[in-house]
Design a protein around this ligand. Structure first.
Ligand code: 5GP
Length: 175
C-alpha cells in the first residue's frame, strides 16, 4: 500500500486489533470494577482506539479528549507545551490516559506531569502500541495492546503526514 511517497505493508490486522482492544477493555473493567474512572484520550492519534476501547468498558466511566499543543510565549524564547481541551475536574479521580503509541516516552512524560498536577487519586497509562527498544521515559504504560519493534507505523488513528488515520489495520513501513 502506498501513502504519499512511502510504501507500507500490513503489520497488525483489523481483527487482531479488535481482539486486543476487547481484552484490554475487559482487564480495565475488572481492575476498576468498584471505582469511577476518567479516561483522558490524547488526540489526534488515539481517537479510533479510544472509541473502540470505550465500547468495551463496563465500569463507571467518563472521557475527556485532550491535545498537546505548543505555543510561543510573548516573553520567553522558544515554545511552551500545554495540554488543551480537558473539560473534566480530575481532582481525586482515578485517571487512565489513552494513547495510540508510546515511542521515546517524551510525550507521555509531559502529559503525565500535566495530569498529576490536577491532584488525581491515581493515574495509569493505556497505549495501543509500545516501542520498548526506543523508550527512555519515566512513566511505563500499565496497559499495552502490542509491543512492537522500532519501525514507523500508520493506520487505526496513526498518520503519515495526516494520511492513513482511517485505515482499520496497522501498517509498517516497507524498507
Ligand atoms: P514519543 O517519542 O514522545 O513517545 O512519541 C511522540 C509521538 O510520535 C507519538 O505520540 C506519535 O504521535 C508519534 N509517533 C511515534 N512513533 C510513531 C509511529 O511509528 N507512527 C506514527 N504515525 N507516529 C508515531
Amino acid at each position: 500500500m502506498q501513502i504519499l511517497d512511502k510504501s507500507f505493508e500490513v503489520f497488525i490486522t483489523g481483527d487482531e486489533i479488535q481482539k486486543e482492544v476487547k481484552s484490554l477493555g475487559e482487564t480495565i473493567s475488572e481492575d476498576y470494577a468498584d471505582k469511577e474512572v476518567v479516561f483522558v484520550a490524547v488526540l489526534n492519534g488515539a481517537f479510533m482506539f479510544a472509541a473502540d476501547l470505550m465500547k468495551t468498558i463496563t465500569c463507571d466511566s467518563a472521557i475527556s479528549f485532550v491535545k498537546m499543543s505548543s505555543y510561543h510565549g510573548t516573553q520567553s524564547k522558544g515554545s511552551v507545551d500545554e495540554l488543551i481541551g480537558l473539560n473534566i475536574d480530575l481532582k481525586d479521580k482515578h485517571v487512565i490516559i489513552i494513547e495510540d503509541i508510546v515511542d521515546t516516552g517524551i510525550t507521555i512524560d509531559k502529559i503525565v506531569s500535566f495530569i498529576e498536577s490536577h491532584g488525581v487519586a491515581s493515574m495509569r497509562i493505556c497505549t495501543l502500541l509500545f516501542k520498548p527498544s526506543s523508550f527512555q521515559g519515566k512513566n511505563y504504560p500499565e496497559y499495552v495492546g502490542f509491543s512492537i519493534p522500532d519501525a514507523f507505523v500508520v493506520g487505526y488513528g496513526l498518520d503519515y503526514d495526516e494520511k492513513g488515520r482511517n485505515l482499520d489495520a496497522i501498517y509498517q513501513i516497507r524498507n
